[in-house]
Ligand binder design. Structure first.
Ligand code: PGA
Length: 244
């Protein structure tokens, strides 16, 4: 089986630098290996706290599209790279939702991050009301999103530089009530996204060590983007160990 990519998205956690140091220490046993490449995406200031000796890559959760200048509060790919980040997540549904990031903004960010030499993890996914109308409608929604987010880039980016993460919005942060997608439905959607983009594609949305196996054993699914379950090193390592 081709090597999987397992990405930890710590989101806005932990709450302070001491907590981040503790979580990095907890991740000392999390390793890339023959079955999986691992990427850890902490809040940007914590990148500087990551141990120098580590066997996973670092990523950021967002990057602005201009390198420097009068853009208060923003962080560029160049800054993130100088702190060790190789990857950057762009277009996460929480940013699209809470900060009204449009496909046009996402497109600019993807383009700028690639230009700066970062590897991009582009997040796409449909809301629950679209999915309830059917898998076909969900695909149409996602296809339109991908086409806009990758306008001018589709087919021109090497497979090592761009990964798509399919995260149905209704399945994010629901691990307590278990609203994960069905692995077969996710695999079908991901197969179509891969045919459209030529890129690898991950699944995300409430992945944990109990449900990861059936997703990761599908050949269409190239890995996982893990939020809540990445806040515990042991649990995250168990997700990696479900890859057979
Ligand atoms: P979750 O988050 O695993 O907590 O659902 C995944 C994500 O939003 O990237």
């Amino acid at each position: 089986m081709a090597k999987k990519l397992i990405v930890a998205n710590w989101k806005l956690n932990p709450g302070n630098a001491a907590g981040a140091k503790k979580l990095f220490a907890d991740f000392s046993k999390v390793k890339s290996n023959a079955k999986a490449d691992v990427v850890v995406c902490p809040p940007a200031p914590y990148l500087a706290l990551a141990p120098k000796r580590r066997s996973y890559s670092l990523g950021a959760q967002d990057a602005f599209w201009v390198e420097k200048g009068p853009f208060t509060g923003e962080i560029s790919s160049t800054i993130l790279k100088s702190l060790g980040a190789e990857y950057v997540i762009i277009g996460h549904s929480e940013r699209r939702g809470w900060l009204s990031e449009t496909d046009e903004i996402v497109n600019k960010k993807v383009e700028a991050a690639l230009r700066a030499g970062m590897k991009v993890i582009l997040c796409v996914g449909e809301p629950g009301e679209v999915r309830r109308t059917g898998l076909k409608e969900a695909y149409q929604f996602v296809e339109a999103q991908v086409r806009q987010d990758l306008a001018g880039l589709m087919g021109n980016v090497s497979r090592s530089k761009l990964v798509v993460a399919y995260e149905p919005i209704w399945a994010i942060s629901t691990s307590e009530n278990g609203e994960v997608d069905k692995p077969e439905d996710a695999a079908e959607m991901i197969g179509k996204i891969k045919a459209l983009t030529g890129s690898r594609c991950l699944y995300g949305g409430s992945v944990n060590s109990k449900n990861a196996g059936p997703f990761l054993k599908r050949k269409e699914i190239d890995g996982a983007l893990v939020g809540g379950a990445s806040l515990n090193g042991k649990e995250f390592a168990s997700i990696i160990s479900t890859i057979k």
